[in-house]
Design a binder for this molecule. Structure first.
Ligand code: AGP
Length: 612
């Protein structure tokens, strides 16, 4: 998605904006731009491609300006080009806007404005906003913005500057995230996401839909876009320092985040799980015990990796809570006939908390009276503010587009939810709860122990597959979703086609694919379907498939069958989904890196998909 950074204060604006945009690069973009105000005029610079191209331009620009904005664009309307890069100006060049979101009625607005004599210089929906505000500009920028946006349909996080009001920036938020930064004596900031602010301040304000903020060098003032009434918003202290959002010495954010998983899992259950009794407390869930006992079923809604976490949770919830669980891909959920009511618990799962399809599903579920409890990694994100309650994963900022620590943190939150619901509905006896609680408490240390070995071992294995064109991942039962997740990791960062399949489905078609060139990775942990998966693996072997098996390090039979065995320690079977996704993440990482792919910012992908 697009990235926005704005600043007004005592310091020079260009370095601050460029630094902020650098921390937003992970969002995926194809062009960048910056604007600052000096000597009564707006000075705008834009470039296609990576941010470094804009930085090279700005190296030649002398300015002492203290107010400005910057933008990284992920194209939605209009090809990636300098001309389509933000900021966009009105006809006079005295007003500029930067925008993230989609203006749904921009074609009509553009036609109307052209009929009034406005000339457009880009193919973007965003430029319409500059000319529309210009249409209403008289003496007061805020008034003009409020009147113009009444005609706009769609989503926007918007930054506006006007040369005739040289001391302020205006920020507007509607269905697209925007955070403000404040700093005593240090000026005011706006940004699309927290990492852009952290090197300057950790005091942030999460704007709500229809908030309009006026930023000057001393303060931030928020009013309603609709009626202009003042709106009070809490300043929140973010305990992520800028360093956390850096790579901390790792080659890529993704590798750093893979290695952060033990801590992320621990941080997610710490304070919620009694390590002795296995008892769970989830006060943030916002549900009374009676409501929890009243539920007739649970619906989990998510996209991508978060959907895989939901698929794993279905096995846990049905096994230990004894309640029917449906799992929906959010983009399907929102368009089918939903049968929901107050007796249904709907759980949207999202790392970013801004995924448009998941957010739409949340809103539909709420409208139908279901109890909506989110699982999310970003404090103050839209999904968390619209849900009844949120179980936060405490993974810290996940910068790599490919989700890793957020995924295992989501599994942790879902496991806690399983224990909690089992506790309240008394579907699980204390001994089982204690056994499961102990298994989770022991897990981070086990993963921590295995990470360096797997990282080294799998780099060698990866070299054999950098030319592969197809990959098959097999799993059964609670580990079938992990096969799906492993396949997604590989395809999204290495661009190798990979499919995850239920191992038992092999004979219903996919086995036709198997030959000596087709790597087949099968998850074969020592669990209750072990024997079944071994038979599936034998089917592959008989057809000369290249077998990579992930199973117990002491399993001699697997060693004899596999072309390569990725040996794993034996843990409680309930922990296998956490443990077995780790080698799949690392294998995908190494293959992608060895293929020279951009591991942290894979082509065509964005960290959070805030459009349909
Ligand atoms: C996972 O590696 C991908 N980046 C993608 O599938 C992601 O999980 C999906 O877009 C959902 O994002 P969310 O968790 O922020 O809602």
């Amino acid at each position: 998605m697009c990235g926005i950074v704005g600043y007004v204060g005592p310091r020079r604006v260009v370095p601050i904006v460029l630094e902020g945009l650098k921390h937003l690069e992970y969002r995926g973009y194809d062009s960048a731009g910056i604007v600052f105000l000096e000597d009564g005029a707006l000075h705008k610079y834009r470039s296609q491609g990576k941010l470094v191209n804009l930085e090279e331009i700005m190296d030649e620009v002398e300015t002492k300006s203290r107010i400005g904005m910057g933008h990284t664009r992920w194209a939605t309307h209009g090809a990636p080009s300098e001309g389509n890069a933000h900021p966009h100006s009105d006809c006079t060049g005295e007003l500029v806007v930067v925008h993230n979101g989609i203006i749904e009625n921009f074609q009509k607005l553009r036609r109307d404005l052209q009929a009034k004599g406005h000339t457009f210089t880009s193919e973007t929906d965003t430029e319409v906003l500059a000319h529309l505000i210009e249409e209403y500009l008289e003496k007061d920028l805020v008034v003009a913005i409020r009147r113009a946006l009444q005609e706009v349909e769609g989503s926007y996080a918007l930054g506006v500057m006007w040369a005739k009001e040289p001391d302020i920036l205006v920020a507007v938020r509607n269905q697209s995230p925007l955070v403000l930064g404040v700093k005593e004596g240090g000026g005011s900031f706006m940004a699309s996401d927290i990492p852009a602010l952290l090197s300057s301040t950790n005091q942030v304000i999460f704007m709500e839909d229809n908030d309009l903020a006026v930023l000057d060098r001393n303060e931030v003032r928020i009013i309603s876009l609709v009626d202009g009434a003042p709106r009070l918003r809490e300043v929140q202290k973010i305990n992520w320092n800028a360093g956390m959002a850096q790579k901390a010495g790792y080659r890529h954010f993704m590798l750093k985040e893979i290695f952060e998983q033990p801590q992320a899992i621990l941080n997610t259950f710490r304070g919620r799980l009694d390590p002795e009794s296995g008892e769970v407390t989830l006060p943030e869930i916002g549900l009374a015990d009676e409501e929890i006992r009243h539920f007739s079923r649970i619906v989990l809604v998510a996209c991508g990796t978060s959907w895989h976490a939901a698929l794993v949770a279905k096995y846990w919830l049905e096994k230990w809570v004894g309640i029917p669980v449906e799992v929906d891909i959010a983009s399907e959920f929102r368009y089918r006939r939903l049968l929901l009511g107050p007796d249904v618990m709907v759980v949207p799962i999202s790392q970013s908390g801004e995924t448009a399809d998941t957010l739409a599903g949340l809103r539909l579920a709420k409208k139908m009276g279901a109890k909506v409890i989110a699982i999310c990694n970003v404090v103050g994100s839209t999904i968390t503010r619209e849900a009844l309650g949120t179980i936060y994963t405490h993974a810290g900022p996940e910068i790599g587009v490919a989700s890793t620590k957020a995924f295992t943190s989501q599994l942790t939150a879902l496991f806690l939810l399983t224990l909690y619901l089992g506790q309240v509905r008394q579907s699980m006896d204390a001994a089982t709860r204690q056994e499961l609680g102990h298994a989770l408490v022991a897990l981070p240390a086990v993963i921590d122990e295995e990470l360096p070995r797997l990282h080294e071992e799998l780099e060698g294995l990866a070299e054999q597959f950098i030319q592969s064109r197809d990959f098959l991942y097999l799993g059964r039962g609670v580990n079938f979703p992990i096969a799906l997740e492993g396949a997604l990791k590989l395809k999204e960062i290495s661009y190798i086609h990979a499919e995850g399949y239920a191992a038992g489905e092999l004979k219903h078609g996919p086995i036709a694919l198997v030959d000596k060139d087709m790597p087949v990775l099968a998850l074969v942990p020592p669990d209750d379907v072990y024997g079944k998966v071994v038979s599936n693996v034998e089917e592959v072997k008989a057809r000369h498939g290249r077998l990579i098996l992930v199973g117990s390090v002491s399993d001699e039979h697997l060693s004899s069958v596999a072309d390569h065995l990725i040996g794993m320690p034996e843990v409680h079977a309930a922990m296998n989904p956490f443990l077995y996704c780790i080698p799949l993440q690392i294998l995908a990482y190494h293959i992608a890196h060895l293929r020279g792919c951009d591991v942290d910012q894979p082509r065509k992908l964005a960290k959070s998909v805030t459009v349909e």
